[in-house]
Design a protein around this ligand. Sequence first.
Ligand SMILES: Cc1cc2nc3c(=O)[nH]c(=O)nc-3n(C[C@H](O)[C@H](O)[C@H](O)COP(=O)(O)OP(=O)(O)OC[C@H]3O[C@@H](n4cnc5c(N)ncnc54)[C@H](O)[C@@H]3O)c2cc1C
Length: 341
Amino acid sequence: MKNKYSFFTLLKNAFSYHENWGKAWRDPEPKKEYEAIIIGGGGHGLATAYYLAKKHNMRNIAVVEKGWIGGGNTGRNTTIIRSNYLWDASAGLYDHALKIWEGLSQELNYNVMFSQRGVMNLAHNLQDVRDLKRRTHANRLNGIDAIYLNTDEVKKFCPIINTSPDIRYPVLGGTLQRRAGTARHDAVAWGYARGADEMGVDIIQNCEVKGIKRNGNDVEGIETTKGFIKTKKIGVVAAGHSSVIASMAGLRLPLESKPLQALVSEPVKPIIDTVVMSNAVHAYVSQSDKGELVIGAGTDDYISYSQKGSHEIVEGTLSAILELYPIFSRMRMLRQWGGYC
Ligand SMILES: Cc1cc2nc3c(=O)[nH]c(=O)nc-3n(C[C@H](O)[C@H](O)[C@H](O)COP(=O)(O)OP(=O)(O)OC[C@H]3O[C@@H](n4cnc5c(N)ncnc54)[C@H](O)[C@@H]3O)c2cc1C
């Protein structure tokens, strides 16, 4: 890889509109049959394929994606990575993931821009204080590096937060996980895709799964927009569409999908060097490497597969953000989008 992208190759490609740029993964047509097929080319589907190939030596596998890889929630999230979850099982799972993130750029030889800048969760009422203290204790019992901060400590860690007691959502305290942070969300899809492809995994984009063929309790294959593909094993890793795909095999999953929104501002100089989350008002803020504020909002109340979401939710989030960070009051928002969870 190093020689392939030398300075001269970069220069040559810059003048030839990247005509000779080596592809990071192949673009194969589906084979007639695979040992296993992963449905969904997001971070989870691609990672599943990567580890099946790497750790379980399964090379005759494919990832089928109806659009482009990382085009679902993987490319739409606010990139926050943390493991400060309350329940033992969640804490265990997310901390295992956090440890993987800590070595992921080296593992994939691809910079996923993992930045352990800390994640703070704010408490705005007495119930939040109780919940966050309980969560901090539970986290520490699980070996997770969470600490509880009082209002002054919150202010010290992130000076631009308005800690006046007179605002609608006063800051009564918060938690901090220093090992938590952010990563470049597309890079994780691209890094896993490249790694999986190198081990022989076929990544098939623009290939929508339309049906699952069963024979009794066995799976025989999938119907796709690129034809029928035989397989006996399927991994459904389609996030909010998992229940739709499971229903193709006659399985009913107890899931509901709802739109979840995010937005980014115009880029500005570094102003916030951590991630601040506020579950009570559903507003999350961090700053991207380009300088944009990355803002996460809440979910809509209704079930939907739309990747938009309502204006009302964005308005609520932004009004909370302006109270908490008056310094942002004259910033312009650039883009808004939705995914589903
Ligand atoms: C606005 C927003 C903010 C978020 N913020 C955070 C955050 O800060 N931190 C965090 O940890 N999580 C966050 N999340 C959640 C996170 O994005 C998801 O948990 C994660 O991206 C899911 O990855 P995935 O690979 O499971 O799903 P996806 O990336 O959604 O991939 C599923 C893929 O399946 C494909 N697919 C669906 N149906 C079919 C079909 N019939 N045939 C073929 N392919 C199909 C889709 O096109 C899609 O690419 C956020 C989500 C949203 C929407």
